[in-house]
Design a protein around this ligand. Structure first.
Ligand code: HEM
Length: 104
């Protein structure tokens, strides 16, 4: 079969990068823009299928508590450096930030 210009033959091994699915513009408008209010019900942040994250219910509750409380308690919270200076840690299996300087 052909998939986006690449031929996949019978018996070929295929490894999917699930995180890439969350940046599919056909599914999510402006995928590079952080929009916490977008109705992104079909994201793959917690994986998919038999190895889907076992802790996702706990993680969802924790994140709702953290973000809900943080922005309500500290409404002036803002980046202390230009966004371009925020260092991203992209070298592991999990993405993250090297540091996040903030001010309020
Ligand atoms: C925002 C927080 C979290 C994110 C984004 C996340 C993301 C993921 C993803 C993408 C996978 C699938 C990995 C794969 O396909 O191989 C996964 C698996 C897993 N997660 Fe999470 N996770 C989070 C929090 C948690 C928490 C809080 C727990 C436990 C308390 C947890 C336990 C697990 C376990 C045990 C698996 C392996 C499931 C399996 O292989 O059958 N995760 N997680």
């Amino acid at each position: 079969m052909e998939l986006h210009g690449t031929t996949i033959k019978a018996g070929d091994g295929v490894i999917f990068e699930l995180a890439g699915a969350n940046y599919d513009p056909a599914e999510f408008a402006e995928p590079d823009r952080l929009d916490l209010s977008r109705p992104a019900r079909r994201h793959h942040a917690f994986g998919y299928g038999s190895h889907q994250c076992l802790g996702q219910s706990l993680a969802r509750v924790e994140l709702q508590a953290v973000y809900g409380t943080l922005y309500r308690r500290i409404p002036t919270l803002a980046l202390a450096v230009p966004f371009e200076e925020v260092g991203f840690a992209m070298e592991g299996v999990a993405y993250g930030l090297k540091s996040l300087p903030v001010t309020w």
